[in-house]
Write a protein that binds this ligand. Structure first.
Ligand code: SF4
Length: 379
């Protein structure tokens, strides 16, 4: 049995990543089988409960309001709409619903109360509930836990060093603090990152050092391949090669043997053979549904055909941990504290983020001028 280590170094991780592929695959698959059923894959459905209009400047994200990407900002979804989508996800084989809101951080108030009600509603459907809502205080994490939250997603995205090249509106330490706040509850941690953002292999290893040295390690680690969306600062990044994804998955599996490794964004660019190799290398979780927040994802029926072909079975809910209990709002021990935590705002300049923002400004100006011209002509 492979022991879980919390002292991996960048050099050790790079050595694993760069092994001859057959050796790397064999080692990862062997470790995978010690803690997981290789024929079972967990299926999650990602729901964007509040899309677009985000104040952050994450260079990979089409939901950042400052870039021009064609993503329209929406209001927070209603509880009944979320329930209907969760029921649909359950019927198509998902055991988990992950609700994403394009927020910098959670703010106490009616919208957060509505999210807590969504968590209660989905937990009562006997599905695992995950949220990704941005930075979170300890009290907010406790309120989510009490509502029946199973997991909280908060990605580290990349290495601490490269983080400064991707986001200027918050610091890497804010991410760690939120994960720490989640760890003060029974909610499990889902945290991973994105490859293909122009980072070096050292940065990929650095991200795995940051994740694997957390104690306990995250229960779930999503590995995303960048989907380069027009209008974002990373629109010109070249697609990640399947071999990079396979190596990243295998390395993640070796350094975090108990974790569920999730194949996340970028699956539309992968062949079935490529995905099968990722499952062999230790991936045992996917996102289902034709959209991942705002970017395309394979259709559920396509995934189910792939499962059938590979002899894979969807994981049942609460296989790894018992279902949390839901406490009703009226019985709650915790109240909104109206906290205003001082999350970091480094605000350093990232050239490509600034360029994408300037380009968006020009496009918006052009649209405005064209609209005025049309109004004049109609007059
Ligand atoms: S990744 Fe999240 S925080 Fe960053 S811009 Fe997108 S929605 Fe906002």
């Amino acid at each position: 049995m492979s022991e879980t280590r919390h002292n991996w170094t960048k050099e050790e991780i790079l050595e694993i990543y760069n092994k001859p592929l057959m050796e790397l695959l064999y080692e990862a698959a062997t470790i995978h089988r010690q803690s997981h059923d290789p024929n079972v894959v967990q299926v999650s459905t990602l729901l964007s409960i509040k899309t677009g209009g985000c104040s952050e400047d994450c260079g990979y994200c089409p939901q950042a309001a400052r870039y021009h990407t064609g993503v329209e900002g929406d209001d927070l979804m209603g509880v009944s709409q979320v329930k209907a989508q969760a029921l649909r996800a359950k019927a198509s084989g998902s055991s988990r619903v992950c609700m994403g809101a394009a927020w910098r951080n959670v703010k106490d108030g009616p919208e957060f109360d509505q999210v807590l009600e969504m968590v209660r509603t989905i937990n009562k459907l006997d599905m695992e509930v995950c949220c990704t809502l941005g930075m979170l205080t300890e009290n907010q994490a406790k309120r989510l836990a009490e509502a029946g939250l199973y997991a909280y997603n908060h990605n580290l995205d990349t290495s601490e060093e490269y983080y400064k090249e991707v986001i200027s509106t918050r610091g890497f330490e804010d991410r760690l603090e939120t994960i720490d706040n989640v760890r003060k509850t029974n909610v499990t941690v889902c945290s991973g990152g994105i490859i293909g953002m122009g980072e070096s292999l050292e940065d990929r290893a650095g991200m795995l050092v940051a994740l694997s040295t957390l104690n306990p390690q995250p229960e779930s680690v999503p590995i995303n391949a960048l989907v380069a969306v027009d209008g974002t600062p990373m629109e010109d990044e070249k697609p990640v090669e399947i071999w990079e994804m396979i190596r990243m998955v295998a390395t993640t599996r070796i350094v975090m043997p108990e974790t569920q490794v999730r194949l996340s964004a970028g699956r539309t660019q992968m062949s079935r053979e490529g995905q099968a190799m990722c499952f062999f290398a230790g991936a045992n979780s996917i996102f289902a549904g034709d959209k991942l927040l705002t970017t395309p994802n394979p259709d559920v029926s396509e995934d189910m055909k792939m499962f059938e072909m590979l002899g894979l079975k969807p994981q049942k809910p609460f296989t790894k941990r018992v279902q949390p209990q839901t406490v009703e709002a009226t019985e709650s021990q915790y109240e909104a504290m109206g906290e205003k935590p001082k999350w970091t705002r480094p605000e350093h300049k990232i050239e490509r983020n600034e360029a994408a923002k300037a380009k968006a400004k020009e496009i918006r100006q052009e649209i405005k001028e064209n609209e005025s011209k049309i109004v004049e002509e109609v007059k």
